[in-house]
Design a protein around this ligand. Structure first.
Ligand SMILES: C[S@@+](CC[C@H](N)C(=O)[O-])C[C@H]1O[C@@H](n2cnc3c(N)ncnc32)[C@H](O)[C@@H]1O
Length: 240
C-alpha cells in the first residue's frame, strides 16, 4: 500500500475507534458518513445510525467479517460499502448467512412466529415468494449497487449448521431478539469470534439483556446506544 494510503487508513481507524470507544456519548461527527448508493439501501429493519455504525466498523476491520441475518441486504449493503471503501489490499473476506425464507409456512417453522398482518407487508411477501426466495432478492439488491463482489460467501441455512472454515474480526448478528435466541446462538458466535473482534447485536435496549449476551463472551468494552440514539437498538461489544 502507498505510504499516504497507509496513513489515511490509520487515521480513519483511529478516528472510528475514538468515536465509539473513548467514553461518553457516541461522537457522530468523527464517524465517516454513510455513502449513498446508485439505488437506495434496500428496505429492512436497520436504522440509519445503525447503518452508519456497520459501515464504519466494516471499513476498519482487518480480518474476516460475518453477518447473520442479512434478509434483503439493508445491513449487508452498509457492510459491503465499508469493505469497498478500504484499501484493496486490506479488504477482508465477508460471509453472510440467512435462512433464506421462501414461504409463509417456512417463516412460521423457522422463526417460530406467525406470518400475521403486521408482517404481510408487500415487500416481505414479494421477497419470500420471489423465485429463489429472499436470498435471490438479497443477491439482486447487492448486485444493482455494485456491492456483490465484496461478499465472499452468501449461504442459505441455519447458522448452527454452517461448516465455518474461519474465525471473524467482526460479527453482525441480527438473530438475538430474545432470551431463547441468545441461548441458542451465543455459544456458536463465541466460538467464531477472534480475540479483539467487534461484535454488533441488534434489538438490545436494556443493560440486563446486554448482560445476558455478554455472559457468553470475554468482553473488553461494550455499549448500548438506545439511550442516546433513539433509533438504535444495537449493542456494540469489543472482545478481549
Ligand atoms: C430482522 S431480519 C434481518 C434484517 C436485516 N439485517 C436488515 O438490515 O434489514 C433477521 C434475519 O435473520 C434470519 N435468521 C434468523 N435466525 C437465523 C438462523 N438461525 N440462521 C440464519 N439466519 C437466521 C432470518 O431469516 C431473517 O432474514
Amino acid at each position: 500500500m502507498p505510504e499516504q494510503a497507509v496513513l489515511d487508513d490509520d487515521n480513519t481507524s483511529a478516528a472510528i475507534e475514538h468515536a465509539i470507544w473513548s467514553g461518553g456519548p457516541l461522537r457522530r461527527d468523527e464517524l465517516r458518513p454513510l455513502p449513498t448508493l446508485p439505488h437506495p439501501y434496500p428496505e429492512g429493519w436497520t436504522s440509519h445510525i445503525e447503518l452508519v455504525l456497520l459501515y464504519n466498523l466494516a471499513r476498519v476491520t482487518r480480518g474476516p467479517i460475518l453477518e447473520i441475518g442479512p434478509w434483503l441486504g439493508r445491513s449487508t449493503s452498509a457492510i459491503c460499502a465499508g469493505i469497498r471503501d478500504q484499501e484493496a489490499s486490506t479488504r477482508p473476506a465477508f460471509d453472510t448467512v440467512d435462512f433464506g425464507i421462501t414461504s409463509a409456512e417456512e417463516w412460521k417453522t423457522l422463526l417460530g412466529i406467525d406470518f400475521g398482518p403486521q408482517l404481510s407487508h408487500r415487500v416481505v411477501v414479494d421477497a419470500i415468494y420471489h423465485p429463489g426466495g429472499s436470498m435471490a432478492v438479497l443477491i439482486a439488491n447487492l448486485r444493482r449497487n455494485n456491492l456483490l463482489e465484496f461478499t465472499t460467501t452468501i449461504t442459505r441455512g441455519n447458522i448452527l449448521d454452517m461448516p465455518f472454515s474461519r474465525n471473524y474480526r467482526m460479527i453482525f448478528c441480527d438473530t438475538t431478539h430474545d432470551e431463547r435466541e441468545v441461548r441458542l446462538y451465543l455459544p456458536r458466535i463465541a466460538q467464531l469470534a477472534r480475540p479483539g473482534a467487534h461484535l454488533v447485536f441488534d434489538d438490545v435496549v436494556t443493560e440486563d439483556f446486554a448482560d445476558l449476551i455478554c455472559s457468553y463472551l470475554p468482553v473488553a468494552a461494550r455499549r448500548i446506544l438506545h439511550d442516546e440514539e433513539q433509533y438504535s437498538k444495537q449493542l456494540l461489544v469489543k472482545l478481549c
